[in-house]
Design a protein. Structure first.
Lengths: 323, 246
């Protein structure tokens, strides 16, 4: 009875969030005296799954798995879970996990915690799992008391740890003859930015204090120098100064990078809800009374148009000295 | 087209969250409850736009106690034709999905819509669970929805971009920002909402697979360290040496 972990490939590599999930599953497996079996669709070098703690990797094989269709994928994972006699299944709480984990939970009648932020406390057959609630304003501990359990792990909750471990890799033929999804994929549009905001470890964000969309050049330059993703506040997205996928906050994307730099954002409670999981928060604002300073680790009171170019120069200088 | 929109009753986004003294329950004293923004602004409003363009009906469904009827009436004021309240406490996502699926299974809805997540428990679970329980396709995080001759064209967010899919009805979808714009109910809507049908349906037996045992408020920051605006390079030093963030 192994712990099953669903993993994914992006740009030819195992996703970082998948490695986090395998690490997480492997810590649970140790407590349960068992091991991790990772499942994956598609072809890539899967050796990192072994390094992250998987003992087995099953490559799910069926032509119907060419798109991430929930009807097919959850049926495939169910078959792998049955074959492995897995009662605990781990996902990353990313786009795929948010769609697949609850569907699989309903299929298996498995209790689920979506967006876990800590390792579960296991006592007998019950798992106690902490997750964020009220959009990051609080946490709650959920007890899962069903035999089958599904946990999706919030990305960036734990650093990835790799060892010299190896996994035994095999193909797992899935039978989907009885499943027919009416969903047809017509077009896929990839966002051109290199960094996916929810996965980014560093984020530079700006708000209405920037005054106009043409002033974002210095924000993008600072982000580029830091290797950070760019984000924005809700008013800025609503005014179409920036694309909606950059909007972080309660009704936008919730993120928890290592570093969040907020420039010209006052820090409304709805914005804080989406970012207060960030490990370090820097606030740059001309208004020293801006509420965001109360939730910041570092603050600079002043004009963004003077400070940001100096920061860009300082980062360039820093990089030159820390090569 | 017959559309069902699932709505949740949540604390207003500006709410200061508090719990009971033993941290076992949410303290709702003095809290203003609203329709979950994703359910209202995006799912319900787009459902109404489709109905206005093509005819049909929009029913709103809520799983909860009688104290959420003011929230349900707001959905009727925005324009839903009728409402259903399933009389059960919504304290487990799977149990809520089972209630909704049990009600909806023989009603012939073409579209079942919900917001992408509630802003109180942030689970993103109920839509996908309803789809599984009713053996229907599910499209998550939809930002555009059109229906022509019984086939939905949906643009939705995927990892690193967006995808356009087509799917013959019926289907379940979760709505994300971008699908529609918020509507403020007008006086006529508010007046008519009082007399629109609100049916109370008894709960069915469900499985409760999880329980919340305790809550904790997010920890605040200790104190903000200010750096003089004339020397922003100090920030980079601190981020490297102290915060170890770069």
């Amino acid at each position: 009875m192994s712990v099953l972990v669903y993993t994914e490939i992006a740009k030819g590599k195992i996703k970082k969030s998948s490695l986090e999930a395998v690490n997480y599953g492997s810590r649970i497996a140790t407590q349960l005296n068992t091991s991790v079996t990772a499942v994956i669709v598609g072809d890539a070098d899967v050796s990192e799954l072994g390094k992250a703690g998987a003992k087995k990797v099953l490559k799910l094989k069926n032509d119907k798995l060419s798109t991430l269709d929930g009807m097919y994928l959850t049926a495939a994972i169910e078959q792998a879970a049955n074959a492995e006699e897995a009662n605990v299944i781990i996902f990353s709480h990313d786009f795929t996990g948010k769609e697949m984990a609850p569907r699989l939970a309903a299929k298996l009648k498995a209790g689920i915690v979506a967006g876990a932020v800590e390792n579960p406390t296991i006592s007998g057959d019950a798992f106690a799992v902490k997750k964020n609630v009220f959009s990051g304003k609080a946490t709650a501990v959920y007890s899962i008391h069903s035999t089958k359990k599904i946990i999706s792990l919030l990305p960036n909750s734990f650093p990835v740890e790799l060892t010299e471990g190896t996994a035994e890799v095999s193909d797992f033929a899935v039978n989907l003859d009885a499943v027919n999804s009416p969903i047809k994929v017509k077009e896929v549009k990839k966002v051109t930015t290199e960094l996916n905001l929810p996965d980014a470890e560093l984020v530079v964000s700006a708000g209405r204090g920037l005054k106009a969309p043409e002033n974002w050049g210095m924000i993008e330059e600072l982000a580029k120098e830091l290797g950070a993703a760019t984000a924005c506040s809700r008013p800025v997205a609503d005014m179409h100064w920036r694309p909606h996928h950059e909007h972080v906050g309660q009704t936008g994307v919730a993120i928890r990078p290592n570093l969040y730099i907020a420039i010209g954002i006052s820090g409304a409670i709805q914005h804080l809800a989406g970012v207060n999981g960030s490990k370090t928060i820097v606030v740059i604002n001309s208004d020293k009374e801006a509420p965001f300073f109360k939730s910041a680790d570092y603050g600079i009171v002043g004009d963004a148009f003077e400070i940001v170019p100096k920061l860009v120069a300082a980062v360039k200088n820093f990089k030159a000295n820390h090569n | 087209m017959k559309i069902l929109v699932c709505i949740s009753n949540v604390p207003d986004t500006t709410t200061k969250i508090a719990f009971s003294a033993d941290n076992s329950t949410f303290n709702a004293t003095g809290v203003q409850f609203v329709i979950n923004p994703y359910d209202e602004w995006y799912a319900l409003v787009r459902a109404l736009e489709l109905k206005e363009a093509q005819g049909g009906s929009v029913t709103i469904l809520h799983v909860g106690g009688a104290d959420s009827e003011a929230t349900i009436r707001k959905g009727l004021a925005i324009g839903a034709d009728d409402a259903v309240r399933i009389d059960a406490e919504p304290n487990d996502a799977f149990a809520v999905a089972e209630q909704i699926a049990a009600y909806a299974k023989d009603k012939g809805f073409d579209l079942i819509m919900a917001g992408k997540e509630t802003i109180n428990y942030n689970g993103s679970m109920v839509g996908a669970m309803i789809a599984e329980l009713m053996n229907l396709p599910f499209v998550s995080l939809a930002t555009k929805l059109d229906v022509v001759a019984g086939v939905a064209t949906i643009e939705h967010d995927i990892d690193g971009g967006t995808e356009v899919v087509e799917c013959a009805l019926p289907l379940v979808l979760s709505a994300n920002k971008g699908m529609a714009e918020q509507r403020i109910p007008n006086m006529k809507g508010i007046m008519s909402a009082r007399t629109k049908p609100l049916q109370v349906v008894p709960a069915v037996a469900t499985d409760k697979l999880t329980t919340i045992t305790s809550y904790e408020l997010a920890k605040g920051r200790t104190e903000c360290k200010f750096i003089d605006a004339s020397t922003p390079e100090k920030l980079i030093e601190l981020l490297h040496n102290e915060a170890k963030a770069i």
